[in-house]
Every structure is written in structure tokens, then in C-alpha cells.
Design a protein around this ligand. Structure first.
Ligand SMILES: Cc1ncc(COP(=O)(O)O)c(C=O)c1O
Length: 391
């Protein structure tokens, strides 16, 4: 597939509803038909012979299982050792597993930024309430630069910062954080590093051997095109020994990652369909997808700028999503987010993510292989003629 063949020419490879400008791949992903067909076949196998399915394909044992083979294939894709990767349902579940595995004492700090994901913030607050640890929220201005992010995070470090949770790509602002410059500073401070890479796998090249986090979670169901409910949790060897699944079950004694493989009866077919997603992704071609998405983001940036909107960060912090600050005559209010998203959906059938952060109204555009320039034009035309809250 050449980049020219992307856009609506390939849209039928997905099951997206007709007549929708779908500019929000970032929130939940969209799974291609080929991958869903593989998942359907797996479901048929599961229901035809449940015992064989769970005992032979899922439950861990001393020898390789089909589920472990999937984890190994995914691990190889992100340049990590096969047994350093556990399969989890989503980034939320992986984050919860890390937080419940790490012991913290009163007064110790968990460093996060104000660009972190809301559910992760709530998990950190719950962990702090139960352990006496304290969140340390580093405010990152909008717009910002990679330089500034490195400076603000390293300046916030003190000996009591025991854990840092940083996004690889921030959710509201879609910024790729310069982790290769931040992680060494965190480690030198004796801080454990958990990277929330919910948006990373499939959106940017991922090399965990080079990055060297303690833990890393990423959703295969967003940018890697896997079915919903498929993510991985990487743990470095020295923290793997203490990393436990959220549900203690039969195989807990086997330790990480096997203890995550079976934690009660559930539908594991999303995980088993990950190789089909990797195949689909490989056939479209990572470099071609990323080049195409970059072109769309450039087109979008130019069009949004003519509306007076400004990007949340420089182009070197941007991958397949970009967030724009919409100019307003007043500070943004929490309700502006819902009104903007609802209006674009109700009036124009445009699906997009909006947020309010730091008194700013943010609009996050996701490029993807099935998006084309016409979808972007539809968005900017809608914004131009209908406006937005507080314009
Ligand atoms: C940065 C970040 N972390 C975590 C999540 C949660 O992902 P999930 O809903 O798959 O658990 C998201 C979802 O968009 C996210 O953007």
C-alpha cells in the first residue's frame, strides 16, 4: 500500500459508520475487519470446546502456550525480552497492577504531570489515600517545549519521589514527552519509572531496551489496531518479581508474567488476535502510515492556524495526533468540552476529542490511515461557520 492509497480508499478495511468524519482514533481505537474476523474465529473455537481452549491456549504451564507466544511476539515488536511482557486488558488495568504492587510509605511522593490521564490521576489519589504517600503534580504549561518539560520534571525531583508516572504521549495535549532525556534523571534520583504509553504502540517506534523504564504499559487496541481489551505491561527484571496481577488466581505462584495469563474465566480472544493486528499493521507499513499521518497533521495544523488556534506543542513533540488551543474571549469552563464535542457530533457528524486544561479549550485531532484531507476540511469548515463555546 502506498501512502496515496490511504484515506477513504482504505476506509472499508474498517467497520466505521458511513458519513462520519472520524477524527478520534485516539480515544478507543478502531479495529480493522480482518482482525475482527480472526477474533470471531477464535470466539467460535472458545465456545466449541471451552475446556480445550482455556486449558491448552490460555492457562500457563512450564512449556509455551499460544497466549505466551502472543506476548513474546509483542515483546519482540517493542524490543523487550519475551518474558518481560504480561498481557492486560487495558492501560488502566496495567497501571492499577503496578500501583498495587509497589509499597509506598507515608510522605513518599508519586510524581505525575497535569497532562496525565484522569483515570490514572484518580488511581494515584486512591493509592496515596491508602498508603499515606503524596502526589507531586508537575505543572507543564501550554504550549510547551521538550526542553521545558525536561527542565520542569528534573527540577521537581527530591529524594522522597519514589515513583514517577509519565505519559509517553499525553492524552489531552497529544505531546510525545522526551522520555529518553527524563528517564535517566529519574533513575539517578532513585525514582521508579512507570511509563503510561497508552497511545504509543503503533503510533511511534517503541524500543524498550533503549528507553529502560521500570514498567511500561501500552494499549494494542488503539494504534496497533488490535481488538478492544488488549494491552501489555512490561516489567524490568528487578521489578517483575514484585509485580502482581490485579486478581490473585490459581497461577499467582508462577510469578510475572505467567500470573497474569489466567485470572479467572474471561474472553481472551482480543489478546490472541494481536498477531493478526501486527500483521495488518505490517502490511499497511509503519513508515507509510506514519508518513501519511504526518502529512495530515501538517495540513490540519495549517488550517487550524488560520482559525486562530495554536498547537499545544512544537511539531517535534507530535506524532499522529495534535492538540490545538482554541482562542476564547474568556477562560474555558469544564462544560465547554462537552458542548464542543456534542455540537460537532450533532450538527456535523464529526467525532473528535476535546478537553479543558489550564483554562484552555483543547481540541485533539487524530490522523489515521483511513482519515483524509476532506475530513480535516470538514472540521475546520464546521468550526469556522459554527464557532465554539466562548469564541
Ligand atoms: C494516557 C492514557 N492513559 C491511560 C488511558 C486508559 O486507557 P484504557 O481505557 O484502555 O485503560 C488512556 C486512554 O485514552 C490514556 O490516554
Amino acid at each position: 500500500v502506498t501512502p496515496r492509497a490511504f484515506g477513504h480508499a482504505v476506509r472499508s478495511l474498517w467497520r466505521l459508520a458511513e458519513n462520519v468524519a472520524f477524527l478520534n482514533h485516539g480515544s478507543f481505537g478502531a479495529c480493522p475487519q480482518d482482525v475482527l474476523r480472526v477474533q470471531d474465529a477464535l470466539r467460535r473455537d472458545m465456545e466449541a470446546q471451552p475446556d480445550v481452549f482455556f486449558r491448552e491456549r490460555i492457562m500457563p504451564r512450564d512449556t509455551e502456550t499460544p497466549l505466551r507466544a502472543v506476548a513474546r511476539e509483542l515483546a519482540a515488536f517493542v524490543n523487550a525480552p519475551g518474558d518481560s511482557v504480561a498481557l492486560v486488558e487495558n492501560a488502566s488495568a496495567g497501571t492499577q497492577a503496578v500501583l498495587r504492587s509497589l509499597k509506598l510509605s507515608p510522605g513518599e511522593r508519586i510524581l505525575v504531570t497535569n497532562h496525565g490521564y484522569n483515570a490514572v490521576r484518580l488511581m494515584v489519589e486512591a493509592k496515596c489515600a491508602e498508603s499515606g504517600a503524596v502526589p507531586l503534580v508537575v505543572p507543564i504549561p501550554i504550549p510547551t517545549t521538550a526542553e521545558e518539560v525536561v527542565r520542569l520534571i528534573t527540577a521537581a525531583l527530591t529524594p522522597d519521589v519514589k515513583l514517577a508516572i509519565l505519559d509517553h504521549i499525553t492524552s489531552p495535549t497529544a505531546l510525545v514527552l522526551p522520555l529518553e532525556r527524563i528517564i535517566p534523571a529519574l533513575k539517578a534520583n532513585g525514582t521508579r519509572v512507570f511509563i503510561d504509553g497508552a497511545h504509543a504502540i503503533g503510533q511511534i517506534p517503541l524500543n524498550l531496551a533503549a528507553l529502560q523504564p521500570d514498567w511500561y504499559v501500552s494499549n494494542a487496541h488503539k494504534w496497533l489496531y488490535a481488538p478492544k481489551g488488549s494491552a501489555f505491561l512490561y516489567a524490568a527484571p528487578d521489578v517483575a518479581v514484585l509485580t502482581q496481577p490485579n486478581v490473585v488466581s490459581h497461577f499467582v505462584e508462577m510469578g510475572f508474567p505467567h500470573s497474569f495469563d489466567y485470572t479467572g474465566t474471561r474472553d481472551n480472544t482480543a489478546w490472541l488476535a494481536i498477531p493478526a493486528a501486527l500483521k495488518f499493521f505490517g502490511e499497511l507499513g509503519a513508515d507509510d502510515i506514519w508518513a501519511y499521518e504526518r502529512t495530515l497533521i501538517e495540513t490540519c495544523s495549517a488550517a487550524m492556524t488560520t482559525l486562530g488556534a495554536t498547537p499545544a506543542g512544537p511539531v517535534d513533540m507530535c506524532a499522529a495526533m495534535r492538540t490545538f488551543v482554541l482562542p476564547q474571549s474568556r477562560a474555558a469552563q469544564p462544560a465547554d468540552r462537552t458542548i464542543l464535542m456534542q455540537n460537532l457530533w450533532d450538527r456535523e457528524r464529526i467525532q473528535i476529542a476535546a478537553n479543558v486544561l489550564d483554562g484552555k479549550l483543547l481540541l485533539r485531532v487524530s490522523a489515521q490511515a483511513y482519515v483524509e484531507e476532506g475530513d480535516i476540511r470538514r472540521l475546520t469548515a464546521a468550526l469556522e461557520h459554527s464557532g465554539w463555546p466562548g469564541r
